[in-house]
Design a protein around this ligand. Structure first.
Ligand code: NAP
Length: 275
C-alpha cells in the first residue's frame, strides 16, 4: 500500500475509507459494515468519520465495523466548529470515543473553521493529547490564510482535509504548494466528486487504456501527489475492491495531459470550495 508521511513521521495508507452518508438507512447497514471491513482487509486502514455524520450514527457504525480490530486502523474523526471551545472539544471527543467504542482517536480534526477562536480549539486538542484520547490533531476546509494563521499559533497540525478532485483543482494554485513546502499532507475528500465524475468520457477513455475504471482513474489522479490521501466513501464491497486497485494505477504523461485538457488546472487563486 502506498503511504503518506505525516509531519509526526508516522506513515498512513494513502487511500482510505470515507463514511459520510453511511448509517442513514437501516437497509444499507450490513453492506456498509461489510464494505468497511473489506477495506481494512485490503489495507485501506485509514477510516474517516465525524460527529456530524448521521448525528453520530456513522461513528457507531464504524465502531461496529472495527470492533475487535481497532489496532489495525488509523481512526480519524472531527469536531463540529460549534462545539470547538476548549471544553466543548474535549466533551465532543469523549462522545465520539464512546460511539466508536475506543479509548483514542489517531487523528482529530476541526471540521471547518467557525466563529470560535482557534486558540481555544487548540487548547482542547492539547488537553486531549495530554490525556491520551487523541494521538494527533488537524483541520479541515482550511484555506491558505487559515493555515498560515494556524501554524503561527501551533506547529503540530498533521493534515488539512479539503475538497480536491479533478473537477475541484483550485487548491493547486497556492494551497497545495504551501502544504508541500510545509511537509504537511492534504486529505482529499469527495475524490470522485460524490460519483459525479464517473460519467466523464475522458475518464472512461483514460481508464480504457489501462483496463481500469473511471473511479480508479479519479483516485489515481489524486494519489499521483506524494502528499495526498484520498478517502472515497464506498458503500459496497465491490466498490471498495474496485477503489483499492487504484493504488496500482500509474497515470502516464499522456493520460495527465488529456485530463488537464478536460479539467484545466487553476490559472489564479481561487477560494477553497466546500461540499
Ligand atoms: P466521494 O467519496 O467522492 O463519493 C462517494 C459516492 O461515490 C458514493 O455515492 C459512492 O457510492 C460512490 N462511489 C464510490 N466508489 C465508487 C465506485 N468504485 N464506483 C461507483 N461509485 C462509487 O464523496 P464523499 O462521500 O463526499 O467524500 C468522501 C469522504 O470524505 C466522506 O465520506 C467523508 O468521510 C469525507 N468528507 C469530508 C468532508 C469535510 O468537510 N471534511 C466533506 C465531505 C466528505 P456507494 O456508496 O454506492 O459505493
Amino acid at each position: 500500500m502506498k503511504t503518506v508521511r505525516l509531519p509526526s513521521g508516522e506513515t498512513i495508507p494513502a487511500l482510505g475509507l470515507g463514511t459520510w452518508m453511511m448509517a442513514e438507512k437501516a437497509s444499507r447497514r450490513a453492506d456498509e459494515i461489510a464494505a468497511l471491513r473489506a477495506g481494512v482487509d485490503l489495507g485501506l486502514t485509514l477510516i474517516d468519520t465525524a460527529e456530524m455524520y448521521g448525528g453520530g450514527e456513522a461513528e457507531t457504525l464504524v465502531g461496529e465495523a472495527v470492533a475487535g480490530r481497532r489496532d489495525e486502523v488509523f481512526l480519524v474523526s472531527k469536531v463540529l466548529p460549534s462545539n470547538a471551545t476548549a471544553s466543548g472539544t474535549v466533551r465532543a471527543c469523549e462522545a465520539s470515543l464512546r460511539r466508536l467504542g475506543t479509548d483514542r482517536l489517531d487523528l482529530y480534526l476541526l471540521h471547518w473553521r467557525g466563529s470560535l477562536p482557534l486558540a481555544r480549539t487548540l487548547e482542547g486538542f492539547a488537553a486531549l493529547v495530554e490525556a491520551g484520547k487523541i494521538r494527533h490533531w488537524g483541520v479541515s476546509n482550511f484555506d491558505l490564510a487559515d493555515m498560515r494563521e494556524l501554524t503561527a499559533l501551533d506547529g503540530s497540525c498533521q493534515t488539512n482535509q479539503i475538497l480536491y478532485n479533478l473537477s475541484r483543482r483550485g487548491p493547486e494554485y497556492d494551497l497545495l504548494p504551501w502544504h508541500a513546502s510545509a511537509g504537511m499532507p492534504i486529505m482529499a475528500y469527495s475524490p470522485v466528486e460524490q460519483g459525479r465524475l464517473l460519467g466523464s468520457p475522458v475518464l472512461a477513455e483514460v481508464a480504457a487504456r489501462h483496463d481500469a475504471t473511471p473511479a480508479q482513474v479519479a483516485l489515481a489522479w489524486v494519489l499521483r501527489l506524494p502528499h495526498a490521501n484520498a478517502i472515497p466513501k464506498a458503500g459496497t464491497v465491490d466498490h471498495v475492491r474496485e477503489n483499492a486497485r487504484a493504488v496500482e494505477l500509474r497515470l502516464s504523461p499522456e493520460d495527465l495531459a488529456d485530463l488537464d485538457r478536460a479539467f484545466p488546472p487553476p490559472d489564479g487563486p481561487e477560494p477553497l470550495e466546500m461540499i
